[in-house]
Design a protein around this ligand. Structure first.
Ligand SMILES: C[S@@+](CC[C@H](N)C(=O)[O-])C[C@H]1O[C@@H](n2cnc3c(N)ncnc32)[C@H](O)[C@@H]1O
Length: 264
């Protein structure tokens, strides 16, 4: 707890990252990683395998960009350093350790950016229709652009719509319907994919595409999935990830994810 409190104080953060709980989430993610690392190992190996395979046909390995870099649990920094000259990490919040390393190593650059372009306006959106209208308004805008030998969308896709949806739920003081959540998630995800496609360089995506809750007997009690078109990307691998074993998130269920990896 003391360590977490110190990290909360010393980690550089934008007002938006603080206001919307990204710093808190980031510190919580690291703590969860330390608790359940052994259950995550197969997932982490799969992430690293798809990353290493994606390097095979690169004409050169000067630069890499990681979108949603967080703590780099999935593609560790040493693998990036071994394979690329210039490393750019993009996230709305970076852990203190990455700030410390970037100050000492010119090969590492941190970009603090909202890749969805929604956060700045979140406060003005009073209901679902206003969120829909705002998404329509920015649908033709460039949300982000990067140029590198490899650009990795690193398990960020499903995260992008979560905060905007819960902000709207708070405003309207009720939960969105499942169909409404699916609709928003699909739109936000496809906007990310469109912008990623417009970046210059090889692209690798890995992302959770289905969530499965199982009871203590291993029976499925809930499955969640929303449609996304990955047109223009080729699926290279899929695997299951035990995100939260029984007793991590609840005594009543474990949480698994189906993860898919794509290239373009
Ligand atoms: C599941 S984590 C990614 C895990 C990471 N790839 C790793 O290896 O540890 C998702 C990350 O997406 C970031 N994120 C969520 N919404 C974002 C946004 N709108 N813009 C930029 N980053 C965002 C979060 O801060 C978080 O670090």
């Amino acid at each position: 707890m003391i360590r977490e409190a110190i990290l909360y104080l010393i980690t550089p953060k934008t007002p938006l990252a603080k206001k919307y709980g990204f710093l808190y989430e980031s510190i919580g993610l690291q703590a969860r990683f330390e608790r359940v690392k052994k259950h995550w190992l197969p997932h982490l190996k799969n992430c690293q395998d798809v990353f290493l395979e994606s390097l095979q046909d690169l004409p050169q390995k000067k630069s890499v960009v990681i979108l949603g870099s967080a703590h780099l649990h999935e593609i560790p920094l040493h693998l990036l350093v071994e394979n690329f000259e210039q490393i750019t990490l993009v996230d709305v919040i970076h852990p203190w350790r990455h700030h410390w390393l970037a100050k000492r190593n010119p090969r590492l650059k941190l970009v603090t950016q909202d890749l969805s372009m929604i956060l700045e306006n979140l406060e003005n959106l009073k209901n679902l229709d206003e969120l829909r209208a705002y998404l329509k308004k920015i649908s033709d805008k460039e949300l982000f652009y990067f140029k590198a030998d490899l650009i990795v969308s690193s398990n960020i896709l499903s995260q992008l719509a979560l905060l905007p949806m819960s902000a709207v739920e708070k405003k309207i003081k009720k939960n969105l319907e499942l169909s409404e959540k699916d609709e928003i998630s699909t739109v936000v995800t496809e906007m990310h994919l469109k912008n990623l496609k417009n970046c210059e360089g090889k692209k690798l995506i890995y992302c959770d595409r289905k969530v499965i809750y199982k009871d203590p007997q291993g029976e499925i009690i809930y499955e969640g999935f929303y449609p996304v078109s990955f047109a223009g990307f080729k699926k290279v691998k899929e695997w299951m990830w035990l995100l939260a074993p029984l007793k991590e998130a609840s005594n009543k269920y474990s949480i698994e994810m189906k993860v898919e990896a794509y290239e373009a």
